[in-house]
Design a protein around this ligand. Sequence first.
Ligand code: SAM
Length: 260
Amino acid sequence: MQITPPHQAPIAAVPTVVSLQGESPARAREAAKQLALEYGDYQEAIGLLLVVGETSAWLELDGVKVTAQFDSAAMQHRRKGGHNEMLGRAVGLKADRKPLIWDATGGLGRDAFVLADLGCQVMLCERVPVLAWLLDQAVKAAAVSGADQVREAADRMSVLAGDSKTLRATAGAVIYLDPMFPERKKAAAVKKEAAMLQHLADQVDDGEALWQWAWDQPVERIVVKRPLRAPILGHCRPAHSLRGKSVRFDVFTRRLEHSS
Ligand SMILES: C[S@@+](CC[C@H](N)C(=O)[O-])C[C@H]1O[C@@H](n2cnc3c(N)ncnc32)[C@H](O)[C@@H]1O
């Protein structure tokens, strides 16, 4: 019998693409082709599913559904509740300064949407292909939303699929990192969602490697979202931290020599 060492990288779950019952399967088939995933029947497929309808799409596992959607009630609630201001302050947003953001850990794009809604151009990078696809579809859907605010924010968002660490961030951008941490303690619903995201990845998020990549980029500000009591990432102390109820934003700043 083969014993799996505890440190071995988890095996990524590969979703089966299924179409939403009663809707045309064309978009689901196209997604399966694009992502090189198997296309199956909703009734028969088991395990992780990417359910694709004509205008909606989500990941589903054991009844838990996860998607990227920017005009949802939850996003609107977050906007009205004023929870977004701290993130804006962390990236250095001012009335006359709306920095370009490199969100190197795109996930479901919620933080990115908040920043775009606050007026920043946001480049999102996500390494899990199916999440990058969901993000891209969500941006496209938001771009034709009936709500002006959602459309305008979507126009400021671009999605890249792949490992951020292989890219060079635009000089002068603010890099935003929100790596997943297994030790994160969260509300039950969020925990299920986090479990599904982890299920999708073939490796745990390497926050230290991401921080080092960010430090090597031509940027003067790096913002790292962390659980409130988690240790600091990186090899220097943040210039300051903004603390919320359950998370904090560590803000690393420095001056770079600008070559002309
Ligand atoms: C906690 S989630 C980010 C959630 C996101 N801030 C949001 O608001 O939805 C972390 C995400 O970063 C992605 N990720 C981790 N390392 C990455 C890398 N090197 N390049 C691109 N994406 C990465 C993971 O696949 C995961 O989807």
